[in-house]
Ligand binder design. Structure first.
Ligand code: ATP
Ligand code: MG
Length: 408
C-alpha cells in the first residue's frame, strides 16, 4: 500500500502502534499509514476506500483482508480562540494538514511516533522514540501537562501502554497523571466506553487495572466505586481481580469476551452494598437488587456510556444471583432455561471466590447443567460461551463511522 502511494509521488509510511509493535517483536493487531496525500487524494489512489470520521478524518482501505487506516499528516493546531479548541485546552477537531515532522510531534508518546518506510526499509524518528523504545521508556511528546489537557484520554492511554508493553513512564510523563485525572470528566461518555473496552478487552486487563490504580484513574472512570481510605485507589475485591484474570485468559485462547460480564464484575461491589441497605429498609431481596442495579448503572452511565445491549445483560447477571438459591423444583428448572443462565452461573462462580459459603451452590449448579445436557442433549447453554456471549453473534447491521475508528 505504501508503495502504491509512493508510486503516485506521495510520501507514505507505516506509523504508530504497528511500528512500535514490530520493533518490539510483536505482531501488530492492525496497521496505520501516514501520508501527505489528503483523504480525497487517497481515494483517487484507492477508489474503493471509505472516508470516515469528523473529529479526525481518515481513509479506511481494505487490502488482503486487513483494514488499514490511512491518515494525512497533521499539523499544529491554530491556537488562539479558534473553534478547534475547547476553553480548557481540549482539542475538539484535528484536521489541519501538516508535514511529516509536524505529524510526528502531534502524536502522543515518543514510542508511538516512529515512521517506517517499508520500501526503503528505513525508520524516521523526530522525537527520540527509537531510543525510548529500546530503553522501555514511555515519554509524552512535548510539555506533559499541555498534552494531557489537549486530550485527557492520553492519561488512560499512558496506563494502557504501561500495562500492555511493560514500559515505564519517565517522571515528567508519570507525575501529572493523578492530579489531572479529573479532566476525564469532560470526555464524552461514548468515547470513554471505547477506551474502557481497549483497556480491559485486549488481553492485559489485570495489569491495566494495576496501572489505573497506581495513578488513581480508576475513580475517574468508575465514580460508583468506593475508595480505599487515603490511598485514592478504588476498592477492588478478589472477585474483580479474578474476573480480569479470566478475561485475559479467555483472550489468550481467543475465546469471546463481553463488556457486559466485565462491567457486572467491576460494578458489583456498589450494587451489592446498595442492595443490602435497601433490603434493610424493607425491600425484598429481588426488589432491592433490581433497584440497586438501576441506581448504580444510571450513575455510572453519566461517566461512561454502557450501550443498552450490554447493560441489559449486566443487570440480568446481577438480578439472577438470588435465584440460584432455589435449587429444586419448577423454579430451578426455569432458571436453567434462562437465556443468561450461563453468564449468571459464571458470575456465581466468581462470587464464590470471595464467599466460600457459595461453593456448595456452585457445585450444585455445575451438576445441574450436566443433567440437562445429558437428559435433553440440547440445553440452550450449549450455544453460549462461558461469559454469556453467543458464539455466533447475531448479525447486526454494521453502523458506519463507528466511534472506535475516529481518533485524535
Ligand atoms: P494499539 O496497539 O493499542 O492500537 P496504537 O498506538 O496503535 O496502540 P491507536 O489508538 O491505534 O494506538 O492509535 C494509532 C496512533 O495514533 C498512535 O500510535 C499515536 O501515534 C496516534 N494517536 C492515537 N491516539 C492519540 C491521541 N489521543 N493523541 C495523540 N496521538 C494519538
Ligand atoms: Mg493501533
Amino acid at each position: 500500500m505504501v508503495r502504491r502511494l509512493q508510486d503516485e509521488d506521495y510520501e507514505a509510511y507505516i506509523v504508530g502502534g504497528s511500528v512500535r509493535d514490530l520493533l518490539m517483536g510483536k505482531v501488530p493487531k492492525d496497521y496505520d499509514v501516514a501520508t501527505d496525500a489528503t483523504p480525497e487524494e487517497v481515494k483517487t489512489v484507492f477508489p474503493r476506500c471509505r472516508l470516515i470520521g469528523r473529529r479526525f478524518r481518515l481513509a479506511h482501505v481494505r487490502m488482503m483482508g486487513t483494514l488499514i487506516e490511512v491518515a494525512t499528516f497533521r499539523g499544529p493546531q491554530v491556537t488562539d480562540n479558534d473553534d478547534h479548541k475547547h476553553q480548557n485546552g481540549r482539542i475538539l477537531r484535528d484536521n489541519v494538514w501538516g508535514s511529516l515532522e509536524q505529524d510526528a510531534v502531534r502524536r502522543d508518546f515518543t514510542i508511538n511516533a516512529l515512521f517506517l518506510d517499508p520500501v526503503k526499509n528505513e525508520i524516521r524518528d523526530f522525537v527520540g522514540g527509537y531510543k525510548d523504545l529500546s530503553e522501555h521508556k514511555l515519554r509524552l511528546i512535548g510539555v506533559a501537562r499541555t498534552r494531557y489537557r489537549e486530550d485527557p484520554v492520553r492519561l488512560l492511554r499512558a496506563a494502557r501502554f504501561i500495562a500492555k508493553l511493560g514500559v515505564e513512564p519517565v517522571p515528567e510523563t508519570a507525575d501529572p497523571i493523578t492530579d489531572m485525572a479529573p479532566l476525564l470528566h469532560d470526555i464524552p461518555p461514548a468515547r470513554l466506553f471505547e477506551e474502557v473496552c481497549k483497556l480491559f478487552m485486549t488481553g492485559h486487563a489485570v495489569r491495566t487495572w494495576e496501572a489505573l490504580q497506581r495513578f488513581q484513574l480508576t475513580r475517574a472512570l468508575f465514580p460508583v466505586l468506593e475508595s480505599e481510605e487515603n490511598s485514592g485507589r478504588a476498592k477492588a475485591g478478589q472477585l474483580l481481580i479474578k474476573a480480569l484474570e479470566n478475561t485475559d485468559q479467555r483472550i489468550a485462547v481467543e475465546k469471546p469476551v463481553t463488556p457486559a460480564f466485565l462491567l457486572a464484575a467491576i460494578l458489583w461491589q456498589p450494587v451489592q452494598a446498595r442492595a443490602y441497605t435497601l433490603q434493610k429498609s424493607g425491600l425484598s431481596v429481588y426488589a432491592a437488587l433490581g433497584e440497586a442495579a438501576d441506581e448504580v448503572l444510571s450513575r455510572q452511565v453519566q461517566r461512561i456510556t454502557i450501550p443498552r445491549r450490554f447493560s441489559v445483560i449486566t443487570r440480568q447477571i446481577w438480578t439472577m444471583q438470588p435465584r440460584f438459591k432455589n435449587t429444586r423444583g419448577r423454579r430451578a428448572k426455569a432458571l436453567l432455561q434462562e437465556r443468561r443462565f450461563r453468564a449468571a452461573y459464571d458470575f456465581l462462580l466468581l462470587r464464590a471466590v470471595e464467599d466460600e459459603a457459595l461453593q456448595t451452590l456452585c457445585e450444585h449448579w455445575t451438576e445441574a447443567q450436566r443433567g440437562v445436557t445429558l437428559n435433553t442433549g440440547q440445553h440452550r447453554c450449549d450455544e453460549r460461551s462461558e461469559n454469556g456471549s453467543r458464539r455466533r453473534p447475531r448479525r447486526r447491521r454494521q453502523r458506519r463511522n463507528t466511534p472506535s475508528t475516529a481518533k485524535s
